[in-house]
Design a binder for this molecule. Structure first.
Ligand code: DX5
Ligand code: ZN
Length: 219
């Protein structure tokens, strides 16, 4: 089964409730929530107060992607604000800081995710694979929606899948950036199980139809 996670970064924030309704009614599986700090990535986005409001509004699974430096400073607050899964970047701190943050997320009863930028090798995830429920393979440079999918990242999914299966670990693989029906099918063929899509879903007039296109035959 493939899960579709529309990124509300591409939504109209003045009508956020209606935007969430449209993807929920369109049978999206998760809601992807992008947090940027202007340091780890050269952009700012939304944060804790918006997450709290979204949590009060919907019971959808909230997949929170933290593009922030030293994320251990904030994981507890994002868990308390209503995240179901908190994903942090392997590049955002030293190994010990990342490990401690991942363990804290799980200790707080949430799913822990580790994200890898396009240029980060697959084996950067190895020191953490027992501490994560999901690995997010970025298929664009993090920081902005609407960029072009980097197909050279696809082999990373295969290496991760083999390694996880070899260890018998049930860890999901997620892709994020430039996902449309074509790149979705390439990603699924390479081993992705969760597809984040921002502009492709929110620019579509019929979100349900677009979500179905992204899912392809992979129910
Ligand atoms: C980029 C974000 C993505 C972004 C995807 O830094 O992590 O989640 O919203 O947007 P699209 O699907 O437009 O590439
Ligand atoms: Zn994201």
């Amino acid at each position: 089964m493939v899960r579709i996670a529309p990124s509300i970064l591409a939504a109209d924030f003045a009508r956020l409730g209606a935007e969430i309704d449209s993807i929920r009614e369109g049978k999206a599986d998760w809601l992807h929530f992008d947090v940027m700090d202007g340091l780890f990535v050269p952009n700012l986005s939304i944060g804790l107060p918006v997450l709290e409001s979204v949590r009060r509004y919907t019971d959808m699974f909230l997949d929170v992607h933290l593009m922030i430096r030293e994320p251990g400073r904030y994981v507890e607050r994002f868990c308390e604000a209503g995240a179901d899964l908190v994903c942090i970047h392997a590049e955002a701190d030293a190994e010990e800081g990342i490990r401690a943050a991942l363990r804290e997320i799980r200790r707080l009863g949430k799913k822990a995710g580790l994200a890898l930028k396009p240029g980060t090798a697959w084996d950067a995830a190895l020191p953490f694979i027992e501490d994560v429920d999901l690995i997010l393979v970025m298929t664009v440079e993090p920081g902005f929606g609407g960029q072009k999918f980097m197909s050279q990242v696809l082999p990373k999914l295969g290496f991760l899948r083999e390694t996880l299966d070899g260890f018998g670990l049930e860890c999901l693989l997620e892709v994020d950036g430039g996902i449309n029906p074509l790149t979705a099918s390439l990603s699924v063929a390479a081993g992705a199980q969760v597809l984040v899509a921002g502009s492709d879903v929110f620019r579509a007039a019929d979100r349900a139809a677009q979500i179905a296109r992204l899912r392809g035959g992979n129910n």
